[in-house]
Every structure is written in structure tokens, then in C-alpha cells.
Design a protein around this ligand. Structure first.
Ligand code: NDP
Length: 443
């Protein structure tokens, strides 16, 4: 069997590259050993966001009382959510498969490995020849090493839980930890979050980190900072967790949200000499590995591990190899969101980075209780912060914590990508009454 392009991994990046190359008239094959759609569709962004939506209702019901609603009884059914969520994921998987087939891509539902610069082998022994190979196998969860770590789950298994845990411990302070702490809290679990640092979301702007950390405390998420797990033991039907600071808890589940690593173990890379860097596939600025016929995109390269980035990596790869238009993926000013409660949206430079990189800069920020929360008797506050280079007046960073932050930051990112100045923000008329109007009235 022979193809112009063979892609390993049918996640967001691999599927986009395969379909685009096929649309150019090239013969394309794709191998997927798990489910078509990859992390984002099957066990990441999509099912997670559906759970986020489900978990937000609890506070909405509470808010409604302040607005005159009488709410007599609310009840959440884990199985109903699970069934509906899984059905939606299956629908998307079917659509991904159909779209690949419609584009003329041949799908191999099997694991594949490289056996030469232009040669692959599937698990069933099929040998495939390809002019170009694209590695798009994404990432997998990474767990630390402590006694009893096998008793914990990762973000892969969290979607398979048969029931809502009464009490859960989340380990880590990054994206997945913050999102699932909020999800389980909203759905009704008692939530402990144990993190080795002193403020959540390392690498984000310090005001964002402090705001989220204090909002988590206000929401009664049991935070233990500056600590680590030393052991987990099964005790009757519970899990006993011991921490380095001497504390211990008995919980029903422990979710390790301690990062992800590139999924490279069974790709045959050693054998054919594909170079790695810190455990990820090393690529040049055009996403080629040291072997000219083999390229890699997305999380397996561990550059910027986000779905829309992997998709754009895939587009850049097809432009470079099949459209004769060498394209470097643009990883600059990528907006990011954390779907915690409250939500976080961020783009560009943080205040800490500004301190290091800029001669003179100005920070504008506001921290306020939005109108909606007044009648709701909700204490939650919103943070809106922008960072401006003093010499040029250009807005180099924006950080939002509060409901709608993810939606808002998408729009703000356009203005920042265009090089908008603070004056541009100021001469834009406010939309009143909104939370977003604060963006154009900062002083
Ligand atoms: P993150 O890198 O965001 O967070 C990992 C957390 O685990 C950090 O708090 C880290 O601590 C901690 N940690 C790492 N190693 C250890 C250890 N040995 N012992 C104790 N704690 C440890 O990874 P996630 O797993 O949350 O998510 C993986 C990636 O997936 C994200 O980086 C992001 O790229 C992507 N993602 C994006 C989402 C989105 O766009 N909304 C949602 C979910 C995932 P420290 O901070 O001290 O390093």
C-alpha cells in the first residue's frame, strides 16, 4: 500500500492535515489505534466542557432565588449526564470519521509505527509506504511517583466514573486540576485540591492566580497549598491520602492532574533515529524532524499544547509540504482559557513578564462585583486587567477572571493581534450595562 501522506493519530491536528492534503488531490492514509477525534473530542475539551455546563447550574439555581424564583428541589443525576455526554461524543466521532471518508482519506483503525523514513507498519502486520509521514499522536497523562499512585485516576478515566464521587481529591494546580475541581464542586462533591505551589495556575498573571485561588477558597474548595502526596492506601471502600505536611484525608477518588507528556512510546522513533528534545519530538520551524520525510505537529512536539494550535500546525504542515507555500505555525499571542469557575481568559504578556521584558509599562486593572451578582447575593468578583507598553501605548496583554472570560478573551485577542493601543480601547464606546465595558473604561 502506498500513499503520498500517512498520518499517525486521528486527533484534531492529524485529521485537519489529512483532510487538507486529500483535498489537494494527494493520496492520504491515517491510522488511529484508539478512537477517532483524539484527546479533544473523546477525552478532553468536548466532554469536559459539557461537564462544565452541567456543573454551572448549581450556582445558577442559587442566583435565581435572588431574582425572585422559588426553587423547591433540585437533583442531579450523574448517569443522565454521562449518557447524554457520551452520546454527543459518539456523534462527533462519527462526524469526524465521515468527514475523513468524504475527503477520500483511508482510515486504518489500528496502531502504526515507523519502520523507515518512508515506511510504516500497522499492528496487524500491514506494511505501508508513504512519501511523507506526519506524527500527530498527541499527549497522555503523566502521574508522579508515590506509593499507591495506581489507585488514582487521570483525566482519561475521569470520564468513565460510574458515579459522582461524594468526596474527591484533585492533585495539581494547572488547567485540568482547576477545571475538574470546579466541575466536581458544582456537581455536588466535596472537593480537596492539593497543590505543591503557593498559588494556582503557575505561569499565569499573578492577579489571575490570586483571584482564582481566593475564589476557590470562597467556594469552599478545600485547598492545601505547598504540599504533596506521599502515599495513597485503600482502606475499606475509601482511599486514604497522606500528605507531606502530615495531613491525611479519606476520599472516594483521587484525580492526578499533574501534567501530560508526548505520546511517543510505540512509534518506533528510536529505531529509525527520530530526534527527541525533553521527551518530545524535536521539529524545526517548518515542523520537520531530523528525517526530512517525517514531520510532527501538535502536543507530541510539546510546544503549545492546545487543540486550536494543533489544527493550525496541521494547516501550516500542508501548506509547507503539499501547497509549496512554506509556512511556520504562528504560536504568538495565542489566547487561552481555563474553564474553571470563575473562568479565566488570557492573552499576551503577564505583569511578571512585562517586568522582565519591558522598559516601561503600565498596568490597568479593575476588580469588581458585576451587576448580575448583586441581586444574586453572590460574592464572586471579576478581574479585568490589561498591560500596556508605555512607549508605544500598545496593549500587550489582557487577563480576565469571571463569567464569560473565555468568550471575551477571543475578541480581545483579535485587537491585541492587530496591535491595538490603549487609546484604541478608550475611543471604543462602551456597551452598557455589561461586564465587558470595563475593558474600554479602564484608567
Ligand atoms: P498543567 O501543566 O497545566 O498542570 C500540571 C500541574 O501538576 C501543575 O500544577 C504542576 O505543578 C503539577 N505537577 C506536575 N508534576 C508534579 C509532581 N511530580 N508532583 C506534584 N505536582 C506536580 O497540566 P494539566 O495536566 O492540567 O494539563 C495538561 C495540558 O493540557 C495543559 O498544560 C494545557 O496545555 C492542556 N489543557 C488545556 C486546557 C484548556 O485549554 N482549557 C484544559 C486542559 C488541559 P507546578 O505548577 O508547580 O509545575
Amino acid at each position: 500500500m502506498k500513499f503520498d501522506l500517512f498520518v499517525i493519530g486521528a486527533g484534531s491536528g492529524g485529521v485537519r492535515a489529512a483532510r487538507l492534503a486529500a483535498a489537494e488531490g494527494y493520496s492520504v492514509g491515517i491510522a488511529e489505534g484508539s478512537r477517532i477525534g483524539g484527546t479533544c473530542v473523546i477525552r478532553g475539551c468536548v466532554p469536559k466542557k459539557l461537564m462544565v455546563y452541567a456543573s454551572e447550574f448549581k450556582e445558577t439555581f442559587k442566583d435565581a432565588i435572588g431574582y425572585g424564583w422559588e426553587i423547591s428541589k433540585v437533583n442531579f443525576d450523574w448517569n443522565k449526564l454521562r449518557t447524554a455526554r457520551d452520546k454527543e461524543v459518539e456523534r462527533l466521532e462519527t462526524a469526524y470519521r465521515a468527514n475523513l471518508q468524504k475527503s477520500g482519506v483511508k482510515i486504518f483503525e489500528n496502531f502504526a509505527k515507523c519502520v523507515g523514513p518512508k515506511l510504516l507498519e500497522l499492528n496487524d502486520g500491514t506494511v505501508i509506504e508513504a512519501e511523507h509521514i506526519l506524527l500527530a499522536t498527541g499527549g497522555i497523562p503523566k502521574k508522579p511517583d508515590f506509593e499507591g499512585v495506581d489507585l488514582t485516576i487521570s483525566s482519561d478515566e475521569v470520564f468513565e466514573l460510574g458515579k459522582l464521587p461524594k468526596e474527591i481529591l484533585i492533585y495539581g494546580g494547572g488547567y485540568i486540576a482547576c477545571e475538574f475541581a470546579s466541575i466536581f464542586k458544582g456537581l455536588g462533591s466535596k472537593v480537596h485540591l492539593v497543590y505543591r505551589g503557593d498559588s494556582l495556575l503557575k505561569g499565569f498573571d499573578s492577579d489571575v492566580r490570586n483571584t482564582l485561588t481566593s475564589e476557590f477558597i470562597n467556594k469552599d474548595i478545600q485547598l492545601t497549598l505547598n504540599s504533596t502526596i506521599t502515599s495513597v492506601k485503600q482502606e475499606n471502600k475509601k482511599l486514604r491520602v497522606d500528605l507531606a505536611d502530615g495531613q491525611n484525608f479519606s476520599v472516594d477518588e483521587i484525580l492526578c492532574a499533574t501534567g501530560r507528556k508526548p505520546n511517543i512510546d510505540h512509534l518506533g522513533l528510536n529505531r529509525i533515529g527520530v530526534q527527541l528534545k525533553n521527551g518530545a519530538i524535536s521539529v524545526d520551524e517548518y515542523q520537520k524532524t531530523n528525517i526530512p520525510t517525517i514531520s510532527a505537529i501538535g502536543d507530541v512536539t510539546d510546544r503549545l499544547n492546545l487543540t486550536p494550535v494543533a489544527i493550525r500546525d496541521g494547516i501550516a504542515f500542508v501548506n509547507t509540504i503539499f501547497k509549496k507555500n512554506p509556512t511556520k505555525p504562528d504560536h504568538d499571542l495565542v489566547p487561552k482559557a481555563v474553564f474553571s469557575q470563575p473562568e479565566v481568559g488570557t492573552v499576551g504578556i503577564t505583569e511578571e513578564e512585562a517586568k522582565k521584558k519591558l522598559k516601561l509599562y503600565k498596568v490597568y486593572k479593575t476588580f469588581f462585583k458585576p451587576m448580575k451578582n448583586q441581586l444574586a447575593l453572590r460574592d464572586e468578583r471579576v478581574l479585568i486587567k490589561i498591560i500596556v507598553e508605555k512607549e508605544t501605548d500598545i496593549v500587550l496583554g489582557a487577563h480576565i477572571v469571571g463569567y464569560g472570560a473565555a468568550e471575551l478573551i477571543q475578541i480581545v485577542a483579535i485587537t491585541i493581534k492587530m496591535g491595538a493601543t490603549k487609546q484604541d480601547f478608550d475611543r471604543t464606546c462602551a456597551v452598557h450595562p455589561t461586564l465587558a465595558e470595563e475593558l474600554v473604561t479602564l484608567n
